[in-house]
Design a protein around this ligand. Structure first.
Ligand SMILES: [Zn+2]
Length: 228
């Protein structure tokens, strides 16, 4: 054990793991984000919003909650999402889901649903990135709240271009018909929890909800890593 810990410290010295947010070296008990940065992450007001149904387009969602508030420039949340989506740090997804699950439980809040369904990437995009950045987050919530995780039932048909430069109307055009439920009978009369990375205009979850409603699901809630 002693030899291991000396070796571990030695390796740590040679290749220090640094916090993705502030770049300071991490202690051995920390992973990815240092304790100080984790403490300072801007939390979304999930305790209140979990009881508020929200209308997006023509879909009434049971609730739309997020773990973090997303600020665009140089914020902790922005650095986390950058690392998760573009720097290959896919382990962040699961870690954030674990932390969010713990914090919900600490607030006496429990997610209930028949299925957790992550918003899928198009296969081409999945191939480029190598992973869906919301899968780990969905999986961690699934484990924490004992909700089965269905990651193959909602599929994405069309390769959509990056959404960031489009107007709301263009985004809607872009995603309205891209989702499809593979086995509609499995979704019928079920309460579904949709999971995505960032909630901005709501166009993506609204588009996914169109497909879920066609399959006669009973209700839809939305959980995202961050919300603008
Ligand atoms: Zn830090």
């Amino acid at each position: 054990m002693f030899i291991y810990s000396v070796w571990h410290s030695f390796v740590h010295l040679l290749y220090p793991h640094t916090c993705i947010s502030c770049n300071t070296a991490l202690y051995s008990h920390e992973s990815i984000i240092c304790d100080a940065c984790r403490f300072l992450l801007p939390r979304y007001d999930f305790a209140k919003k979990i009881y508020s149904p929200r209308l997006i387009g023509s879909t009434l969602f049971q609730f739309c909650i997020s773990y973090l508030v997303y600020q665009k420039y140089n914020s902790k949340t922005q650095k986390i999402l950058q690392a998760l989506k573009y720097d290959g740090r896919k382990e962040l997804s699961y870690q954030l889901g674990k932390w969010f699950g713990q914090e919900l439980e600490q607030n006496g809040l429990f997610l209930k649903a028949d299925y957790i369904i992550p918003i899928p990437l198009h296969p081409k995009k999945l191939k480029i990135r190598g992973y869906n950045q919301v899968d780990g987050f969905a999986q961690a919530l699934s484990e924490t709240f004992q909700i089965p995780w269905k990651h193959n039932i909602l599929i994405r048909n069309t390769f959509t271009q990056t959404q960031t430069k489009l107007s709301r109307a263009q985004r809607w055009e872009n995603v309205a018909n891209v989702f499809e439920v593979k086995e509609p009978s499995e979704i019928q009369n079920k309460n579904v929890l949709l999971v995505d990375d960032v909630f901005t205009t709501g166009a993506t979850v609204e588009a996914a909800s169109v497909a879920l409603q066609k399959a006669n699901c009973s209700s839809i809630g939305v959980v995202t890593i961050a919300s603008a």
